[in-house]
Design a protein around this ligand. Structure first.
Ligand code: SAH
Length: 343
């Protein structure tokens, strides 16, 4: 059954119209949900009792129940939520110099099978619904409310492949972005994909201004296929064709994520290959220190080598950033907290 948090602003207008009510009431309802951030229908004091009763039967209130919270020395907070069917998901609140950022999950588990990733340790159980995605952001905003702080950024980089749950992710983001919803600006929202080419093409035509990030992690097909099985279905040439199409239709800079795995993808030849891939593309690469996962054999590149790799990319004219490490004293790697709880 759909929850009230599954509905977009337009959906609420339609529901109201269907009841012979004025659509402007949708504004009131959204204000209660996303500005006042109430926790039950009873609190909607300017909505008639009859309408509240009807809505609560048709679109019940739903909440995420928090099972565990880990707080890192740097302030990163990782939440483990239990869904109504008992599934567990994770969300992370990160504090950057530019503000608060929430990392949301898009699926329960993941089927992409990237070798280095803890999320893939547990196969996908199901997609998250729109409300389950929206509620992650709302929960985190409610936590920040206690300190009078505002959530400024959303990254869909938690467990799951967002483009494998395309419709729900896009609808949830539209609610998060909506001027009557959570009001987080498009340019403060990022979606990260491992490279599902047909969905990249679809996204290119969507006409939204969210940032698109691609998990690259290797710049030649052999290595990328060995790390990320998705590369066998959509090798680099196809991926970059789709990205060029996206770039041509959207005036947006692309972000590439690149985990630094010691001795695997941090060599000089990797710099050359990255440079070649990026030719003619407005893109930058974000080097990410690897959060080690004890179930696999990968290690993070040393700080010194990471700096060397960074410098080399720079010298080769590649736009590059080195991501700040967050929450490395907690189960910060995607899926780690959940995996540890399910054992
Ligand atoms: N499926 C999407 C989004 C979720 S993963 C994607 O692949 O982009 C978000 C990012 O975290 C990806 O770049 C992923 O490769 C990276 N990641 C996975 N495991 C990690 C780890 N142990 N340490 C650091 N980053 C990791």
């Amino acid at each position: 059954m759909a929850s009230i948090y599954d509905l977009s602003f337009q959906d609420v207008e339609e529901v109201l119209k269907g009841k012979g009510l004025k659509p402007f009431r949708a504004r009131q309802i959204f204000r209660w949900l996303y500005d006042k951030r109430i926790s039950s229908y009873e609190e909607m004091s300017d909505i008639s009792k009859d309408l509240r009763n009807e809505l609560s039967l048709e679109y019940p209130f739903s909440v995420l129940s928090v099972k565990d919270v880990q707080i890192s020395r740097d302030g990163t907070r990782k939440y483990l939520f239990e869904l109504s069917d008992g599934c567990l998901i994770e969300s992370v609140l990160m504090i950057f110099d530019y503000g608060y950022s929430a990392c949301l999950s898009s699926q329960v588990g993941c089927n992409m099978g990237c070798r280095f990733c803890a999320s893939g340790l547990l196969k996908k159980q199901r997609d998250l619904s729109v409300s389950e995605i929206v509620l992650q952001a709302l929960y985190i905003q409610k936590e920040l409310d206690k300190e009078d702080k505002r959530l400024g950024n959303i990254v869909v980089m938690g467990t799951g492949e967002p483009f494998d749950n395309y419709d729900n992710v896009m609808k949830a983001l539209s609610i998060i972005n909506d001027p009557f919803g959570l009001k987080i600006g498009s340019r403060h929202i990022s979606i990260s994909t491992c490279g599902l080419v047909p969905k990249i093409r679809r996204f290119a035509k969507e006409g939204v201004q969210y940032n698109l990030a691609i998990s690259l992690h290797a710049a030649n097909d052999e290595l990328r296929s060995s790390l990320m099985p998705v590369n066998r279905a959509y090798p680099l040439e196809e991926l970059f064709d789709a990205l060029r199409e996206y770039a041509a239709g959207n005036n947006r800079r692309l972000t590439f994520e690149y985990l630094l795995l010691a001795g695997i993808n941090d060599r000089e030849e990797d710099v050359k290959a990255i440079k070649k891939l990026f030719q003619g593309l407005d893109a930058y690469i974000n080097l990410i220190p690897y959060n080690e996962v004890k179930e696999n054999e990968f290690h993070s590149t040393s700080d010194a080598n990471a700096l060397r790799f960074y410098d080399l990319l720079k010298k080769n004219g590649v736009a590059v950033t080195l991501r700040q490490k967050k929450g490395d004293d907690i189960d910060a790697a995607c899926g780690q907290l959940r995996a540890n709880h399910m054992k």
